[in-house]
Structures are given as structure tokens and as C-alpha cells.
Design a protein around this ligand. Structure first.
Ligand code: NA7
Length: 542
């Protein structure tokens, strides 16, 4: 494909405008695979990333304790049997250093590096309608022009620090978990604050509590944390993975959320109490998200069913925390189980039994400001050497709306998405031709749907080349129907009642909207396939 395109693709020297057929933004799981696939089309393609290494999420989030909460064997790429056979996962829930090594291994194995430009932050992308090209500007002044622009920026990459008064005034060290330094951070003996108790903080706190001098955890919302039950992968299990990858991948493509477990089809409250409890205990003893995604199917739609399991989890928390007053603060009571991402933990609650760990409930005593010495709540000033913001991300839309993207008629992407994501299939937005959003925004184990989206985009570009099309964008009608359909699905969940990154309500001023597509992954995949099979129904190809 693309010989003619390739002919006019000239990589200009620095200072001039570089020209490509396709540009990918982001060197994470999706971007690397997209690069691999597009190169197979024979077009000129360049991948740009802000970091000075590949890995995306697994490059940036190098805070202590960072690891998968997906099973390792389901997170690796499935596209290359050679890769599957070569790579040994050391733990069932692999840690960040190994995950970063894995993605570097992939970049080397498939010789992706020559087409990757690191330390390049995209600041603007403007569509030139007459030439059907995207003009890109990077922070360092670099400029590039491309026919196809692919945003593989991830759903959790735009870091969020709450706008506390005085953040800049703090004289100690401030860190965000999402931009953790490469050099080791010496926490030994230090007075450390962690703001946040989401999945990131839960991993971090468990890891650092034993090392720091004193740790103060500022909690706004307690979470239904559940045991991860990580373990090393034995040689025998490793071999089993390698021998059965075909079955593993087939299974995770069939389940609703891309994991190797499926919901129990029975209705919670129709199952006798003793039997229910036996299932809860069984799930609790199992690793990973089994207690969420292997539970009765109606825990995510029926309040009473949800409450039945939520109470089981609350008792599990109470049993682990010695001081009953601290335990009650750690017990979530104001939102249903699963309406926020369930943090998986390996000894989190026990950290609050340590003498050097203090829990501050910021609903009781709100943070008033950050001071030069530490954090001032309505109650007192706490002094720190280090403040760690484990305060999450401007999810899904943030990474794109922070770039100045302008489509047809100068329309900005930020304005277009002001009320929430506006897409068709999650992949394209009307008025932004040849701009593809290569992120998995389904409720799905990330790489499982990301691989599908990359393949869909690749097939689409191949189809366009074969048919002589130069431009693709969804019709406003197809987009509107998709937005309504996504909202309709969202209305059947109870996610909208809880503040979380799922809803965007963790970001002050962000309009509440479910940011993820609340359909099962197989339904989503089938819909994408069907659209392609019908000649990209709902898209205008020119
Ligand atoms: P999350 O899940 O968004 O958690 C952020 C945490 O920071 C959460 O406990 C928030 O409390 C807390 N937060 C945010 N703003 C404030 C303010 N202003 N004051 C006090 N506390 C605050 O991000 P994570 O990084 O933990 O996890 C994101 C995803 O990464 C996760 O779902 C996994 O998929 C991987 P809140 O709950 O909003 O009251």
C-alpha cells in the first residue's frame, strides 16, 4: 500500500517540516503496536512521545508498588506467537519495572525504535482542509505534516493535581505518582504525605509505609480494596501459559471485560444466603478481579445485590484494622461496590495498624491549603519532607483536549468534547477527518480491546488505499446515534451516582459523562467488525 504516498514522504532535516503518511502520538501499549502494524502497510510512519523512553503508562508510573491488576498472561500482546513464546512473566501480576522492560523488549524485537521520536510533546494539530493534511507542532519547535493522525495517548495519561492553594509554596519535595522520577527517591526516615486513596495510592502506601519515617494518608473516599494475591510464576505455569496462549486469548476475547473470568448468571438475592456467602468467600480467596468480574452478574445493576456483597467486603476490612475508629474511616459506605475502580491490594489495610501511619479523613477535616511546611487542614498543620499526589488523571478526554487540535472549519476538539466524548465507535469524531483515537475506552482489560482497535484502524487504512480513498470521517448522524447509544447503556449502570474518573467528576469543572463505553467487549468488537464489513457504514469516505 501507499507507494504514491511514500513517494512524497520526505523526512526533512531538523527545522524543516517532516512529512509522513501517518503519525502516531504515544509510545505505550497501543502506539507501539500501531507502529508495528502501519509499517507493515508500507507507508511512512513516525511515532512521537513525550517521554524519553517507550512504555507509556509503564514508563511514567514508576512509583513504588506499581503493578498490573490484570493477569500478566492476559496483558501481553497476543499478535506474535514468537513473542509469546520468548517472554517469561515473572509474577502473576507483573510489576512496573518488568512491564517497562517488556515494552522495551517489544520495541527492540520488532525494530520499532528507528521510527520513534522521543522527548517530543505534541502541542497542536491543525487540519489543513485543502491539502487534506494535519499540521503538527511540538513543544521543542519541531513541525510535521501527515495525512493520518493517530492519537494513542491512553486513557489515564493526563495527570491531575488538585488546585490546592499554595501547592507551589511547599519547600519540601512534591511528587505525582504519574511522573515519578527515574532516580530512586529516598523516603527512608522522611515525613511523607500521600494525598489520595485510589488504586495508585493503595499500591504506593503498601510499599512505602515500611520505609518512611512517618506517613500521613489524606483520604477523601475510602475504597472497596480487595486482595490481589500476587505470586511468582513457576516454571511449570510459565510453560502452561506458553502451551495454551491460544485458549487464553480466545477466552479473554469472549468474556465481557476481557479477563479470564465471567459473571455468575444467577441473581444474587435468589441464591440462598449461605450459598452466596460461600461464593463470596471463594472469590475472595481467588486472585485478581475475580471478586468483581466473577461475581453475580446483577451486582453491577441491582442496588440490593450490590449492597449484599458490599457489606461482605466492609466486614473483611473491619477484620483487618485493629483500631475500630480507623477501620470505620476505611470502610466505604457512600457508594456501591464497583462504581469506582476496585483497587487490588497486598496488605494495604494492615499499614494502618503501624505506629508510623496516620489516616486523615479530609471529609471531616478538609485540606485548606498547602503551606511551605506541609498541609493545613481545617484542624491543624501537618509538616512534611515530601508530599506525594496520588490524585489520578483527567481520564480519557484529558490527554486529547489538552492538545490544541483543530479540525474542519477550525473547530476545536476541546469544544467538540466539552460535554464528554463525542465519537463514532470511540475511534473518530465528526469534523476531524483522518484523525483516529486509538485508545481502548471500553470497560475492557486494556490490551485486549486496544489490539482490536489498532487492527481496525490498520484495516481501514488498507481499505482506503485499495479503494483510492484519501479521507475518512464519521457522519454527524452516525456519531450522534453512537453518543446516544453510549448514554443509553450508561443509564443502565449506577456509575453516574458516584464521583470517579469513570464519570470525569474527579476533575473540577469537567462535565459529568460516562467516559467509557458500557457495553461488553465482544459486543463492541462485533459492532466495529460489522461496520468495517459494511464498507465502513456511518463513515464518509472520499
Ligand atoms: P483515582 O482512582 O482517580 O484516585 C485518585 C485519588 O485522589 C482518589 O482517592 C481521590 O479521592 C483523591 N483525590 C483527588 N482529588 C482530591 C482532592 N482534591 N482532595 C483529596 N483527595 C483527592 O486515580 P489513581 O491514580 O489511583 O487510579 C487511576 C487508575 O489507574 C485506576 O483506576 C487504575 O485503572 C489505574 P476521591 O475518590 O475522588 O474522593
Amino acid at each position: 500500500m501507499g507507494t504514491s504516498l511514500q513517494q512524497d514522504a520526505t523526512v526533512a532535516s531538523r527545522g524543516a517540516v517532516e512529512q509522513y503518511d501517518a503519525i502516531i502520538i504515544g509510545a505505550g501499549v497501543t502506539g507501539l503496536y500501531q507502529l508495528y502494524r502501519l509499517r507493515q502497510l508500507g507507508i511512512s510512519v513516525r511515532l512521537f512521545d513525550d517521554g524519553d523512553g517507550v512504555g507509556g503508562t509503564w514508563y511514567w508510573n514508576r512509583y513504588p508498588g506499581c503493578r498490573f491488576d490484570s493477569e500478566s498472561e492476559t496483558y501481553g500482546y497476543s499478535f506474535s506467537n514468537e513473542l509469546l513464546q520468548e517472554w517469561d512473566w515473572k509474577e502473576h501480576y507483573s510489576g512496573q519495572p518488568e512491564n517497562e522492560r517488556y515494552l522495551n523488549y517489544v520495541a527492540d524485537k520488532f525494530k520499532l525504535r528507528p521510527d520513534i521520536q522521543l522527548k517530543s510533546r505534541l502541542t497542536s494539530a491543525v487540519y489543513d482542509e485543502s491539502a487534506n493534511r494535519w499540521d503538527l507542532k511540538f513543544e521543542d519547535g519541531r513541525r510535521a505534516r501527515t495525512q493520518y493522525l493517530i492519537g494513542a495517548v491512553g486513557i489515564l495519561s493526563a495527570r491531575f493535581t488538585p488546585p490546592f492553594e499554595g501547592v507551589e509554596s511547599f519547600k519540601g519535595r512534591s511528587l505525582h505518582t504519574g511522573t515519578w522520577p527515574k532516580e530512586p527517591v529516598n523516603l527512608a526516615g522522611k515525613r511523607v504525605a500521600v494525598i489520595g486513596t485510589g488504586p495508585t495510592a493503595v499500591q504506593l502506601i503498601t510499599e512505602i509505609a515500611k520505609e518512611v519515617g512517618h506517613l500521613t494518608v489524606f483520604q477523601r473516599t475510602p475504597n472497596y480494596c480487595a486482595p490481589l494475591r500476587n505470586a511468582p510464576v513457576t516454571a511449570e505455569t510459565q510453560q502452561r501459559f506458553k502451551d495454551t496462549y491460544h485458549e487464553i486469548h480466545q477466552r479473554i476475547r469472549e468474556t465481557p471485560a476481557g479477563f479470564a473470568y465471567d459473571f455468575d448468571p444467577r441473581k444474587t438475592l435468589e441464591v440462598p444466603r449461605e450459598e452466596r456467602l460461600a461464593l463470596y468467600e471463594k472469590l475472595w480467596a481467588m486472585p485478581g478481579f475475580s471478586k468483581w468480574l466473577g461475581n453475580f452478574h446483577d451486582i453491577m445493576s441491582n442496588r440490593e445485590a450490590n449492597e449484599d456483597f458490599a457489606e461482605f467486603v466492609r466486614d473483611k476490612i473491619r477484620a483487618r484494622v485493629k483500631d475500630p475508629a480507623v477501620a470505620e474511616k476505611l470502610v466505604p459506605k457512600d457508594h456501591p461496590f464497583g462504581s469506582k475502580r476496585v483497587p487490588l491490594e497486598s496488605g494495604y489495610f494492615e499499614q494502618f495498624n503501624r505506629d508510623n501511619v496516620l489516616l486523615v479523613d479530609v471529609r471531616e477535616t478538609p485540606i485548606e491549603r498547602v503551606t511551605p511546611k506541609g498541609i493545613k487542614t481545617s484542624d491543624q498543620e501537618y509538616e512534611f519532607d515530601i508530599i506525594i499526589y496520588a490524585t489520578g488523571f483527567d481520564a480519557v478526554s484529558g490527554a486529547l483536549t489538552r492538545i490544541d487540535i483543530r479540525g474542519q472549519g477550525g473547530r476545536t476538539f476541546k469544544d467538540t468534547w466539552a460535554d464528554g466524548p463525542r465519537t463514532y465507535l470511540g475511534i473518530q469524531t465528526a469534523g476531524f477527518p483522518n484523525f483516529f483515537i486509538a485508545t481502548n475506552s471500553a470497560f475492557c482489560n486494556y490490551p485486549v480491546c486496544a489490539e482490536m482497535i489498532v487492527e481496525w484502524i490498520t484495516d481501514c487504512l488498507r481499505y482506503m488505499s485499495e479503494k483510492g480513498f484519501k479521507r475518512i470521517a464519521p457522519t454527524p448522524h452516525a456519531e450522534q446515534a453512537w453518543v446516544e447509544h453510549a448514554a443509553e447503556l450508561a443509564s443502565h449502570t449506577f456509575l453516574s451516582g458516584t464521583s470517579s474518573w469513570f464519570m470525569g467528576t474527579n476533575i473540577p469543572g469537567k462535565k459529568p459523562a460516562l467516559l467509557l463505553y458500557a457495553n461488553s467487549a465482544p459486543n463492541y468488537r462485533n459492532k466495529c467488525k460489522e461496520v468495517a464489513a459494511n464498507g465502513y457504514e456511518g463513515f464518509v469516505l472520499e
